[in-house]
Structures are given as structure tokens and as C-alpha cells.
Design a protein around this ligand. Sequence first.
Ligand code: 5GP
Ligand code: ZN
Length: 113
Amino acid sequence: MAECIFCKIIKGDIPSKKVYEDDAVLAFDDISPMAPVHVIIIPKKHIATLLDVDTNADIMGRWMAAAQQVAKMKQVADSGFRLAINCNADGGQVVFHLHMHLLGGRKLEDPLG
Ligand code: 5GP
Ligand code: ZN
């Protein structure tokens, strides 16, 4: 997926501030943070949306394990944080490479209103 922004970040063609990396997952600071801690966590394999991932695949556990690591590394594990996955248009997905947002570092507003 040459045109995918996150694939370009994985390849190093677009610079990013890496937070965590292993063979399957990459995490980097969001370019436009909504909170003091705002990290994007992605599978290295190009998967467009949450609907396209095999939920039984190893990547699901690896992806969540990376989120645990990022929360600890960013020191929001105890204070608390939020994971968000936007899917398709009404869900607010803009980049079509599966990702979760890890947000923390301040009291987050209630997204369910
Ligand atoms: P979405 O709305 O698709 O769930 O979120 C995409 C996120 O990717 C946004 O929060 C946006 O700020 C972030 N983003 C988009 N382009 C880049 C980029 O080139 N670098 C980084 N670090 N984040 C990006
Ligand atoms: Zn991609």
C-alpha cells in the first residue's frame, strides 16, 4: 500500500516519533495530539479497518499487548487512559490503516455523552 500514510511511516518514508516497535506492531505519537499523551498503535501489516482484521489472528493479542506497553512507557497506566478505534465514515476514520488511539495524561471527557 504505497499510498498509505501509515505504511509510509512503517517504511520510514515519513518521519514519526516512535514510542514502541516490535516485529508486528508500531506505535508513534499522533501528529495532532488531542491529549498530553496521544499515541497511534498499528499493525505493521496493512489492514484497512477493524472489519478487515481476523479477530482470531495473533495480531489482535500482539496489538493489545503493545497498548499495555505504551500505557506503561508513557506513564499513564495508573492514572488511566483510553483506547479508541474509529471505523469507517461515521466512526470518524480518516486513515484507512487499522489503528488505535491511546489517549491519556488528562481527565478525558465522556465520549458517550
Ligand atoms: P483516525 O481519524 O483515522 O482514527 O485517526 C488518524 C490519526 O492519524 C489522526 O489522529 C491524525 O492526527 C493522525 N495522523 C495522520 N497523519 C499522520 C502523520 O503523518 N503522522 C502522525 N504521527 N500522525 C498522523
Ligand atoms: Zn497501510
